[in-house]
Design a protein around this ligand. Sequence first.
Ligand SMILES: *Cc1c(COP(=O)(O)O)cnc(C)c1O
Length: 373
Amino acid sequence: MVIHPIERTTTPSAKPVGPVGFGRFFTDHLYLAEHDAQRGWHGDRIVPRHTMPMDLAAGVLHYGLSIFEGMKAHRGVDGKLRIFRPDAHARRFAQSAARLCMPEVDQARFLESIRALVHHDADWYPEAQGGALYIRPLVLATEPFLGVRASSEHLYAVMLSPVASYFAGKDQGGLKLWLEREHTRAAKGGLGSAKTGANYAASLLAARRAQAQGYDQVLWMDANEHRWIEEAGTMNVFVRIGDRVITPPLGGSILAGVTRDSCLTLLRSWGVPVEERPLSIDELAAAESRGELQEIWGTGTAAVMTPVDRLGWENGHIDTKSREMSSRLRVALEDIFAGRATDTRGWMMGVEHETAPSPTPPAPSRGGASASI
Ligand SMILES: *Cc1c(COP(=O)(O)O)cnc(C)c1O
């Protein structure tokens, strides 16, 4: 696959100084490609970050025709940058595309695009503790057409954002979740298992109402009975009752998190009893009254592992204080990210990044270099 051109910005932005937060800063370059029926994916290029003219009739702006991914590149103790489980993200991206009648980005293009862009903008890596380069690929429907049908033109874009931890300051304090019994995130048969913009639009009002009551996010219930636990905000959810760890099964309305899968893999390898099965709020409350509810936590790329301190509803709440298993998982994953633990499962993909960034930036190219990678 040829990426042409690879064009370096002539007006680099100042790197953030101080805390970077999450998703507030962007590196200097974008990866772009277009798709249409005649040519398939074409025009792969890395270009200076810019705003983009778009026809206001584009499907993404009217009907939510968009999908995205989110993963991270981490700097290892050897100084090299590696991306966590990009193949799993590529598969999920393809599944999201299929669900929304969008063209799939083939795995080779996906892997090479993120690898090339991270390599290109490696000097944006936030060296602060817990930092990473967050990688955000997306596909948008760009055909100007107001009828409701699959678009015939799409844009693939990848951007990078230097990030600290998502819930900065919440890692130790833990989240407060509001039990959401009215709004739902997704119903079986809907879009819940696709990483698509509409799911997040659907979630905002519930989150706002939870925040108005002093909570951080909501605990989503199933759309049918409002009884079965599904997700925690934009994270998958785990519960430890007695010596068992339970997470709801992927039934179509839950997003199949790569962090969730990684936790299940680690827990099983440690011999911890793990159950992927429906978990009702009644079971949780019963476990709490028996004194067996140990711990609740959320998982996702942005925050990795987020302990939950309180689960609240109209006339009550449950507090959980243990961090035992979520801390153990967080440390194990962070050891893999940083290369302190051996990557026995092939989860980290290198980006062939020079250990020491070159002191003099390469001269801006005129005609644009071409690289075959
Ligand atoms: C992205 C996401 C997750 C977490 O997935 P990871 O692959 O672990 O980052 C969980 N739930 C929702 C709704 C998400 O969008």
